[in-house]
Design a protein around this ligand. Structure first.
Ligand code: ATP
Ligand code: MG
Length: 375
């Protein structure tokens, strides 16, 4: 099917624009047994890169596994995910088996296929045990990829997407436990990813942190402008729509080559002209830019509300949005301003350009902030 600027799910193939170098770099490192940490703001394509890497590795006969900490609800759930993903390499339908074991243990155990799996991987039985201790279960699960890889006599690459979300549970203890276990895994290499830049950098670069020097950090940047230009031109052409080069420049200037916003803007432009005309005009870009803002507004409003609950945060971020130095708000006191800047940075909302100079990370959030003062 002809794709028209997909959004809302990981992208692959030609829709994963400008990431060849990053994919190759990750592949080279993990094949060499070096774990990797991908850091990028939200919707920069971390998951897409991970999935492409894992797909390549699978085709090269590596064992693979992929868990997403954002979508795991408890430690028991994480344990189940790790084991499920690992056994997927054998095409074992673990969820179905667990369901069978939970509904009727005796009958399920009579099933030869299930019996064989449990004999080989005892941990599956623990997963089906409603009264199992979740800490113990996770202990077993964390080591499971290594046990499995060793048994299969193959190398495995396993990813923990949105690793920073670990902190939703007692993160520190879990982190220590994970490090102690994962560093002993001689047959498994890990890929971690995270959106909270300052948290991720601290976890992997700070001597005092459990994951200090565990792997190589790869920051993911915006998509290179030339590759996005080519992709946009070709995709519209495939859809039978023409667009002049200066208008593509205009789109990319508005989206700042942010992968998700660029796709969304291009997609909305496509829908707005589809069936009406086969040429994009400047006014289409303008109105669809407004539509993107409208679509994203509720998310931004929630961030804004959470900032309002913190003292002086909205004042500082507004100053930055307006291009002013936050230190112009001298009445707040330098120490106080520094504390708020650190807090905004930790939330991933601002980025330090150089000493004393900051920028709002998300171009559309910035626009929303600026408009608050026009309302
Ligand atoms: N390299 C790329 N080329 C084109 N579009 C991309 C690229 N990377 C990401 N996108 C766009 O961004 C969307 C989100 O991609 P993905 O889920 O991989 O990002 P993510 O960083 O994992 O996001 P999240 O922070 O939500 O987990 C995709 O649906 C696609 O629209
Ligand atoms: Mg993701």
């Amino acid at each position: 099917m002809l794709s028209y600027f997909p959004t809302g799910k990981p992208v692959s193939g030609r829709d994963l624009v400008g990431r060849k170098n990053e994919i190759q770099q990750v592949l080279d490192l993990v094949k060499g047994g070096q774990s990797v940490i991908l850091i990028a703001p939200r919707r920069f394509g971390k998951t897409s890169i991970i999935l492409s890497v894992l797909d390549r590795l699978r085709r090269e006969k590596y064992l693979i596994g992929d868990t997403d900490l954002f979508n795991t609800t408890s430690k028991a759930d994480l344990a189940e995910h790790i084991i499920e993903e690992t056994l997927k390499n054998d095409r074992i339908p673990i969820r179905r088996i667990i369901k069978n074991l939970k509904t009727n243990l005796i009958t399920a155990l009579k099933n030869i296929e299930i019996k064989k799996i449990i004999d080989t991987y005892e941990v599956v039985l623990s997963l089906a045990d409603k009264g199992a201790d979740e800490e113990r279960l996770l202990d077993e699960a964390l080591d499971f990829p290594q046990i499995y890889a060793k048994k299969k006599k193959k190398k495995m690459v396993f990813s923990y997407d949105e690793f920073g979300d670990l902190f939703k549970w007692n993160g520190r203890d879990l982190l220590k436990k994970m490090r102690a276990k994962l560093q002993r895994h001689t047959d498994v290499t890990y890929i971690f990813s995270g959106s909270q830049e300052s948290l991720m950098t601290r976890l992997f670069l700070n001597k005092a942190e459990a994951f200090y020097r565990f792997g190589r950090i790869i920051p993911i940047k915006a998509v290179p402008v030339d590759e996005f230009k080519k992709y946009i031109k070709e995709t519209y052409a495939r859809l039978g729509i023409s667009i002049e080069n200066y208008l593509i420049d205009n789109i990319l200037k508005k989206s700042q080559c942010h992968p998700y916003y660029t796709q969304l803007l291009c997609q909305l432009i496509y829908f707005s002209v589809k069936g009406e005309k086969n040429r994009i005009e400047e006014k289409d870009i303008f109105s669809c830019f407004e539509e993107v803002l409208l679509k994203e507004k509720s998310g931004f409003d929630n961030i804004w509300l959470s900032l309002m609950e913190k003292k002086n945060h909205t004042e500082i971020i507004s100053a930055i949005a307006k291009g002013m130095s936050p230190y112009n708000l001298g009445k707040l006191g330098r120490q106080n301003i520094n504390r708020i800047l650190t807090s905004l940075e930790a939330m991933g909302l601002i980025e330090r350009i150089r000493r004393g100079e900051y920028e709002i990370r998300d171009r559309f959030f910035k626009e929303c902030i600026l408009r608050k003062y026009e309302e």
